[in-house]
Design a protein around this ligand. Sequence first.
Ligand code: NDP
Ligand code: OXD
Length: 306
Amino acid sequence: MRIALYNPDSRAEFWIDGLHAVWPDAEVALWSPGSAPADFAIAWTPPQAFFDEQPGLRAVFNLGAGVDALMRLRIPPQTQVVRLEDAGMAVQMAEYVCHAVLRHFRGLDTYEADARARRWRYHPVVMRSDFPVGVMGLGVLGSRVVQALRGFEFPVNAWSRQPKMVDGVQCFAGGDQLDAFLAASKVLVCLLPLTVDTQNILNHRNLSRLQPGGYVINVARGAHLVDADLLALLDSGHLAGAMLDVFRTEPLPPEHPFWGHAQISITPHMSARTLEAESLAQIIAKLQALLQGQPVDGLVQRERGY
Ligand code: NDP
Ligand code: OXD
């Protein structure tokens, strides 16, 4: 069995040693143009040549939860695409989103500014009932985030493609219920996969439907958000702020208007980092299942794009 690796950000020897510990006879090697074709691949954002040169690839394991970068490529028709599910990312995402929601809800940025000015004063208390949080995407990460927000007793709405029922959460589904979901929410958390149906979904039309004083948390992909529409709605006062972890161009270019904007907090795509040990263990388990002809979790449905 040959396994090709394409993961420029990670330590190759960690993956090679980890895979050899389970399959000592496997040939595991970093892919570069002209490498011998492999049976399986573990990759994050490979170039098109990676697939063009490996037409017999049986499966590719995406080193992340979102497969949008892979879905933009021509992948051989028989190649199964398998993504990471949770692998330590869900709790990180819950931490990040709860932090963003709580920071805004409790006015902590204002209190920090007061502290810098050595000013001791109180700001009005906001009621939880006036602070409904809407989570777009009720998958592996969205479900964990919803559960964590419920722990803080926020009213929580969720929106998915297929109808769902979650205790204590008002669930909406499909395009028909998008407006009702938005109208019921003040804070909007985007945890959708990036697909043809979801790109630009955080646009002027949809963000205008949030309750006045809305707040946007985008932790999914930069191309969900129409940057100019967010800026316009912040200027108009309809939105109070945003916390953004993902951007159309990453790294965010130095001249981008989001940098330094008083109402926008920025982090460098770190809300849920890929953890090597968890990811290796999950990929080994999934490859074992594949080799034994058993069902594999996290198989991407290529026709729907996630
Ligand atoms: P899942 O595939 O488990 O969940 C996706 C959810 O989105 C599902 O609930 C799905 O609905 C819903 N959805 C998909 N398309 C639509 C649509 N057209 N309309 C309404 N709902 C839709 O993904 P994960 O939770 O694992 O990950 C979500 C995304 O988070 C990833 O794709 C990635 O882009 C991003 N991410 C970001 C990270 C970061 O560090 N910033 C780290 C990891 C992931 P249904 O349940 O009905 O299928
Ligand atoms: C992912 C990511 O999709 O890190 O896993 O963005």
